[in-house]
Design a protein around this ligand. Structure first.
Ligand code: ZN
Length: 439
């Protein structure tokens, strides 16, 4: 079977034949999937074999947890395709330097995940996994059926031959390198006229500026935000200019985790992976996802703790999907702020969402912002707004921070204002960031 037909078959299966009437049936199906996956894959990975020694797969929901650092440390024993860490890093770095995006060892694609230096991960994808990914992402994201002509413009930090996989038949796909200059993007987009525009919100916002200036003329049917947290402030701007709901794909190198339904609600892709919840605050529905991907065999992701905070929706989505609905992707768990309890030597975590709200409710005149916690008692805020409103906005921000601290019974940190936005070209935009280690 050609690659194209294989993708089509995954697409059809995902779009039309994997349906669950209710949550109970979904979980039963996942249980069966996980058990047979474990039986098949664990014997192929020396790491897991040792890690699970003497344990039963019946209770797979309680198997010990892994994370990125464990996976990277035991990389050679972890993967099932015999690739060595050193060799994989060499191939991946070389590809990134030369911006040639087809690094392979044998038929395995090598991917490099973003992260601070020293904390970067290597990800392996086999041809079979690549086809599955492509079929699933097309099934979940294309606004039209696959046999209708559709042009996708995809803004990314680095291309990968993973994405070439979706460039098939009627589906056209163009990669836009985030490191290229903006005018070049505008030129290309004006010619290409994409039906589907996919990119990090910070890039989509730059395009919005060009549309407002009358330089960019595009009319996409669907706009999908990826790779960064979609801030409510930015979402509103994007919705206004594109006159539609902004969709989201929550995908990381570890898996294709969530997509928005036709209602615009993010749902976890529980037909592709099991996502367990480690609650940080159950009343608020905030949790860290522990993922098990039963379609991933070359580098098995089992009970893998991500570094993200998600918020579940309290009320079910009207679309009726049995998949968990999310209120939002909040950010990374290492971007939790920490405030000091009043008159006590104790720090409490403060959700990025609380910080975001302090800023957003301060004024409708805020065009851009970033907030960094530099020390427990020092916060740096950057605000972009017209000069005449700045004083008023700053006062409101201080009042709102004070209210938040009082509510949490914490001491108020000092707030200082920055004149420029703290961001490097081509890097992910994180509006809420913690810049010191708490432990
Ligand atoms: Zn829905």
């Amino acid at each position: 079977m050609s690659e194209q037909l294989k993708i089509l078959s995954v697409y059809l299966k995902s779009k039309y034949f994997t349906k669950f009437q209710n949550r109970r049936k979904l979980e039963k199906w996942q249980d069966k999937k996980m058990k047979s996956f474990l039986r098949e894959i664990v014997p192929k990975s020396p790491f897991y074999q040792k890690y699970y020694e003497g344990m039963s797969y019946e209770n797979w929901r309680e198997l010990p947890i892994i994370d990125k650092s464990m996976m990277m440390e035991d990389f050679d024993d972890f993967n099932t395709v015999g690739i060595k860490k050193e060799e994989a890093f060499q191939v991946a770095y070389m590809a990134e330097d030369t911006r040639d995006f087809s690094p392979n060892i044998g038929d395995i694609t090598i991917g490099l995940s973003s992260g601070t230096s020293g904390n970067r991960g290597i990800f392996l994808v086999s041809p079979k996994e690549r086809i599955k990914w492509a079929g699933n992402i097309l099934a979940k994201c294309l606004p039209e059926v696959i046999w209708k002509e559709q042009r996708i413009a995809f803004f990314l930090r680095a291309n990968s031959n993973l994405y070439d996989t979706v460039h098939k038949g009627k589906i056209q796909f163009q990669f836009f390198d985030l490191l290229d200059v903006l005018d070049r993007h505008v030129e290309r987009l004006n010619i290409y006229k994409p039906d589907i525009l996919v990119g990090p919100p910070s890039m989509l916002l730059l395009l919005v500026e060009k549309i407002k200036e009358g330089k960019l003329h595009i009319d996409p049917k669907k706009v999908i935000s990826v790779a960064e947290v979609l801030d409510p402030l930015d979402e509103k701007v994007l919705e206004n200019i594109f006159e539609q709901k902004i969709h989201q794909v929550y995908q990381c190198t570890e898996g294709f985790l969530a997509t928005t339904c036709e209602q615009g609600t993010l749902h976890l892709n529980e037909d592709l992976l099991v996502i367990q919840k480690e609650y940080l605050d159950e009343d608020l529905g905030k949790f860290i996802p522990i993922i098990s991907d039963f379609s991933r065999t070359s580098q098995p992701i089992i009970r893998y703790r991500l570094n993200d905070i998600l918020t579940e929706k309290k009320i079910p989505c009207p679309c009726g999907s049995p998949f968990t609905a999310l209120e939002q992707i909040e950010g990374r768990s290492d971007d939790l702020f920490y405030f000091q309890k009043k008159e006590r030597d104790e720090y409490i975590p403060v959700f990025p969402d609380f910080i975001r709200r302090v800023i957003i409710v301060s004024s409708e005149r805020i065009k851009q912002y970033t907030v960094s916690q530099l020390q427990v008692n020092l916060i740096e805020v950057f605000i972009e707004a017209d000069d005449e409103y700045k004083k008023m906005i700053e006062q409101n921000i201080e009042t709102n921070f004070k209210m938040l601290c009082d509510k949490l019974d914490c001491s108020m940190p000092r707030i200082r204002y920055a004149n420029t936005m703290d961001r490097k070209h081509g890097k992910k935009l994180r509006r809420i960031q913690r810049k010191f280690e708490i432990y």
